[in-house]
Design a protein around this ligand. Structure first.
Ligand SMILES: NC(=O)c1ccc[n+]([C@@H]2O[C@H](COP(=O)([O-])OP(=O)(O)OC[C@H]3O[C@@H](n4cnc5c(N)ncnc54)[C@H](OP(=O)(O)O)[C@@H]3O)[C@@H](O)[C@H]2O)c1
Length: 314
C-alpha cells in the first residue's frame, strides 16, 4: 500500500497515473503540473514520481524537495539513470540526503532503465567473462510530444541541426553514457572514453505530426546515434539508436537487439521483435517500479541495484 504523487502533467505523468489508479493497493494523490510544484513535492507521499524533463540539473531541486519531505523518488529524466556522470558532487549530496531520510531515489524508464543497461546486465549473468556488448535499438519516436521531439532534434535542416547539437539544444536521445556507466559500474569496470556521433535522418517528403508540427521535406525526421565506450584501450560497449517519426516510410520496423561477443565472435544475440515501444514501455516501467523503489537500498540507486520491475496483481 503506497500513496503516490506525480509531478509532471505531460504524457508520461498522466499515463502512469492512469495505470496506478487501477491498482487498489495504491492511492494516487494526483498528477501535478508546474503550478502545483509545492503540493506535489511536499505531499509526503510514500513515492513521488517526477516525469518532467531530461537533464539532472533541471530536476535536482525537485528531487531534493521530495526527499526532504520524506518521499522515495522515481524520476524519468534520462540523466538520472546515473547522475554521477554529469555532476558527481550534486549526485553525492542527494544520495547522502536520501540516506539520512531513509528513502531511495532512482532513475526509471526503458531507455535508460532496461534495454541498454539492466537487460544487458541480466544477459551478461549467463555469459563468460570478457564479453563486449552491442545494443541496437530501432524505434518509432512518433508518439512523443512537441517538446521532446524538438529536443530529440526533429524538424530541422541539417545546418540548423548541427548548430543546435553544438549548443546542446538538440540532444538526440539522451542517457546512453548513463546506461553504459550503470553496466560498467556494476561490473567494476572503468570506462576510459565514450565517443558520440549524432546524425539527423533527413526526410524527402513532408511528414505531418498531428497536434504537434509539420516536418518539411529536407528536415530531420529521425536521429541516428552511436556511442562507443572504451575500456582498457578497447571498444567494450557500442550503443546504436535509430529513431524515426515514420519508420514504415523508410522500410524499417521497431526492433531491439543485444549482442554479446567474445574474442571478436558473436556469443549470443537476443532480439525483441517488435522492439519495446517508447510510450508503452516507459509508462509501464515507471508504474511497475513502485514496489522496487520501496524495497530498494536507501540513497540514490541505479537499476543495477534494484529488483526487477513487474506489474502488481490487482
Ligand atoms: N527513461 C526513459 O525511458 C524515459 C521514457 C519516457 C520519457 N522520458 C523522459 O521523461 C520526461 C517526460 O516525458 P513526457 O513524454 O511526459 O514529456 P512531455 O509530454 O513533454 O511532458 C513533460 C511535462 O513536464 C513539464 N515540464 C517540463 N519541464 C519541466 C520542469 N523543468 N519543471 C516542471 N515541469 C516541467 C511540461 O510542462 P510544459 O508543457 O509547461 O513545459 C509537461 O507538462 C522527458 O524528459 C522524457 O524525455 C524518459
Amino acid at each position: 500500500m503506497a500513496t503516490i504523487a506525480i509531478y509532471g502533467a505531460g504524457q508520461l505523468g498522466t499515463t502512469v497515473a492512469q495505470i496506478l489508479a487501477e491498482v487498489p493497493q495504491h492511492t494516487v494523490l494526483g498528477v501535478f503540473g508546474r503550478n502545483d510544484r509545492q503540493t506535489a513535492l511536499t505531499s509526503g507521499a510514500d513515492v513521488v514520481i517526477i516525469a518532467t524533463t531530461t537533464k539532472f540539473k533541471d530536476v535536482a531541486s525537485d528531487i531534493e524537495l521530495a526527499v526532504q519531505s520524506g518521499s522515495h523518488v522515481l524520476v524519468s529524466s534520462e540523466e538520472c539513470a546515473y547522475p554521477w556522470a554529469v555532476d558527481r558532487a550534486l549526485a553525492d549530496s542527494l544520495d547522502t540526503l536520501a540516506k539520512s531520510k531513509n528513502v531511495s531515489i532512482s532513475g526509471t524508464g526503458v531507455n535508460p532503465g532496461l534495454i541498454f543497461d539492466s537487460l544487458v546486465l541480466t544477459l551478461l549473468g549467463a555469459a563468460p567473462r570478457g564479453c563486449t556488448v552491442a545494443v541496437r535499438r530501432t524505434v518509432s519516436i512518433a508518439g512523443f510530444g512537441a517538446t521532446v521531439l524538438r529536443r530529440l532534434g526533429m524538424g530541422f535542416t541539417p545546418e540548423v541541426f548541427a548548430e543546435r547539437v553544438k549548443r546542446e539544444e538538440i540532444l538526440g536521445h539522451a542517457g546512453f553514457p548513463q546506461s553504459m556507466t550503470v553496466v560498467a559500474d556494476a561490473m567494476g569496470l572503468t570506462i576510459e572514453s565514450i565517443d558520440k556521433e549524432l546524425l539527423p535522418l533527413i526526410t524527402e517528403k513532408e511528414i505531418d505530426l498531428p497536434d504537434r508540427f509539420v516536418i518539411a521535406a529536407g528536415e530531420s525526421a529521425g536521429v541516428n546515434q552511436t556511442y562507443t565506450a572504451k575500456v582498457n584501450g578497447k571498444t567494450w560497449f557500442v550503443s546504436h539508436f535509430y529513431g524515426h517519426v515514420d519508420l514504415p516510410s523508410i522500410g524499417k520496423s521497431a526492433v531491439d537487439e543485444i549482442e554479446l561477443s567474445l574474442d571478436g565472435k558473436v556469443f549470443q544475440t537476443i532480439t525483441l521483435k517488435p522492439g519495446i515501444g517508447s510510450q508503452v514501455g516507459s509508462k509501464n516501467m515507471v508504474a511497475n517500479s513502485i514496489q522496487r523503489i520501496l524495497a530498494a537500498p536507501h540513497g540514490w540507486v541505479t537499476v543495477a541495484h534494484m529488483e526487477p520491475a513487474f506489474p502488481e496483481s490487482l
